[in-house]
Ligand binder design. Structure first.
Ligand code: MRU
Length: 380
C-alpha cells in the first residue's frame, strides 16, 4: 500500500544492507510512521513478542526473517545445529496463537535441512523468508478478489447506498505484508468504485482497530467510523451492518476461527441479526492438525497492564495512563474462539467455502493443495 504516495511493505531486508531487516514499528502508529532496523534473532523475537510487528501473516514472515538473522549470527560449523534449534525455539514461543509463526518456522527449517554450508544456510533462509513475504502479498490479493464478489453481491442487493462492513482488530496490510486479509476485499471494492463504509471496532485493550485499521483506511481514502467494541450489536440490531469481515490467527480444519478477543461476540450478534459473518483465512492461518478450536489452540494471555493502562499521545508526546483502580486484578486473554457454526464462509486464496472440514478440504484439494497437518506441529 502507499502512504503519502510511497509504496510500503511491513517488512523487508534493508535495500542497501540485506543483513538488516526493516520493519514498521506498529506501536508508534497512528502517531508516527517509524521504521526499525532488526539486526539479530533476539531483536526479532522481541519485536514479535512486544508487538512492534503483529498480525498473523506478518508474525510468520517475521519469524522466517528471524531464522535468517540467526543464520547470519553463526560463528562456527560446530554450533550450527544448536543455533537453529535455539532460534526456532525462541521465535516459536513469542506468540503462541497465530499458527502462521510455526508454519513459517517449519518452512524455514525444512529448507535449511537441505543446505550444507553456512553460506548456503544464510542464502536459503533469506530465500524462504522472501518467498513467504512475496507469496503472502499474492495470497492477500487473491483473497481480495474472492471477497470482492461478496461485496459486489451486497451492493447489487442494496443499490443506491453504501455497503456497511464491520471489522474487528486489524487484519489489514499492517497485519500482513501488503493488502491485508480482511481489508483486501474492502480495498478491492473501493478501487472498483463501490460505495462502502467500514465500522471499525476499537479492539480493546491494544486498540488495533482504532489505531491501525483506522489509520490504514484513512490513508486509502476508505470511508470509515471507529466504534467502541460494545457498539457492534446495536449497529446490527438497527440494520446498520450488511456484513462482518474479520481475519484469523488460526482456523482449525473444522472451521473454528481463533481471532482477536471479542470476535466471538460479534459472530453471536451477527447470527442473532441474520447478518453474514465472513472470515478471511489464508492457507498459512489454517491448522490442519487441530479440530477443536477451544480445546486445541493455545490462547495467548498477555500482561494485564495492557488492560490497566491506555497509551496515547498528548502534546505530541506518547503517554500512558492507568484507567482502573491500582490494586484491581485484571486478566488479558488476547484471542477467542468463534465456532464454525457461526461463520457464514471462509474467504481463502482459493475461493470462498463453508467453514467445515469437508468443504475446506475439498476446495483446497481442488486447487492442488494437500492439507498438511504436520505444517503446524512444533518440530525442533
Ligand atoms: O494481537 P494481534 O494484533 O497480532 O492480533 C491480530 C488479529 O487478531 C488479526 O485479526 C489476525 O492476526 C488476522 S491478521 C490478517
Amino acid at each position: 500500500m502507499e502512504v503519502n504516495g510511497v509504496p510500503y511493505r511491513t517488512i523487508r531486508p534493508k535495500p542497501d544492507n540485506p543483513e538488516v531487516i526493516e520493519i514498521i514499528d506498529q506501536r508508534q502508529l497512528p502517531y508516527r510512521l517509524v521504521h526499525e532496523e532488526i539486526c539479530d534473532v533476539a531483536g526479532m523475537a522481541a519485536a514479535i513478542r512486544e508487538m512492534h510487528v503483529r498480525g498473523a501473516p506478518l508474525i510468520g514472515a517475521a519469524g522466517a526473517y528471524g531464522m535468517y538473522l540467526a543464520m547470519l549470527g553463526i560463528e562456527s560449523e560446530v554450533t550450527v545445529g544448536a543455533v537453529i534449534r535455539k532460534a526456532y525455539h525462541d521465535l516459536a514461543e513469542t506468540r503462541p496463537t497465530a499458527v502462521n509463526l510455526i508454519w513459517a518456522l517449519n518452512r524455514s527449517i525444512a529448507a535449511l535441512d537441505h543446505a550444507v554450508t553456512i553460506a548456503d544456510k544464510r542464502r536459503v533462509a533469506l530465500d524462504v523468508a522472501n518467498r513467504i513475504a512475496d507469496d503472502d502479498i499474492d495470497v492477500c490479493r487473491r483473497i481480495g478478489q474472492h471477497g470482492l464478489t461478496i461485496i459486489e453481491q451486497a451492493a447489487a442487493d442494496h443499490p443506491g447506498r453504501p455497503i456497511h462492513i464491520l471489522t474487528h482488530c486489524n487484519a489489514g496490510w499492517l497485519a500482513c505484508i501488503d493488502h491485508g486479509t480482511a481489508t483486501a476485499p474492502i480495498y478491492a471494492a473501493h478501487a472498483r468504485g463501490l460505495p462502502i463504509h467500514v465500522w471499525v471496532d476499537e479492539t480493546r485493550p491494544r486498540n488495533q482497530g482504532a489505531r491501525l485499521t483506522a489509520w490504514e483506511l484513512a490513508n486509502a481514502g476508505v470511508p470509515h467510523t471507529v466504534v467502541a467494541d460494545n457498539t457492534g450489536g446495536y449497529l446490527m440490531q438497527k440494520a446498520m451492518v450488511d456484513l462482518v469481515l474479520v481475519g484469523t490467527d488460526r482456523t482449525t480444519r473444522t472451521g473454528d476461527v481463533v481471532n482477536k478477543i471479542g470476535t466471538y461476540l460479534k459472530a453471536l450478534a451477527a447470527r442473532d441479526n441474520a447478518i453474514p459473518f465472513y472470515v478471511a483465512a489464508p492457507t498459512s492461518s489454517i491448522d490442519w492438525n487441530v479440530a477443536d478450536g477451544l480445546d486445541g489452540v493455545p490462547i495467548e494471555e498477555r500482561d494485564a497492564d495492557e488492560i490497566r493502562f491506555v497509551t496515547g499521545i498528548h502534546d505530541d508526546a506518547s503517554c500512558r495512563v492507568r484507567i482502573i483502580p491500582a490494586d484491581t486484578p485484571a486478566v488479558n486473554y488476547a484471542f477467542d474462539v468463534t465456532p464454525a457454526r457461526l461463520v457464514t464462509a471462509l474467504i481463502t486464496e482459493f475461493g470462498v467455502c463453508a467453514a467445515g472440514e469437508r468443504s475446506m478440504s475439498a476446495l483446497f484439494r481442488e486447487h492442488g493443495f494437500v492439507p498438511d497437518a504436520a505444517a503446524s506441529r512444533t518440530i525442533v
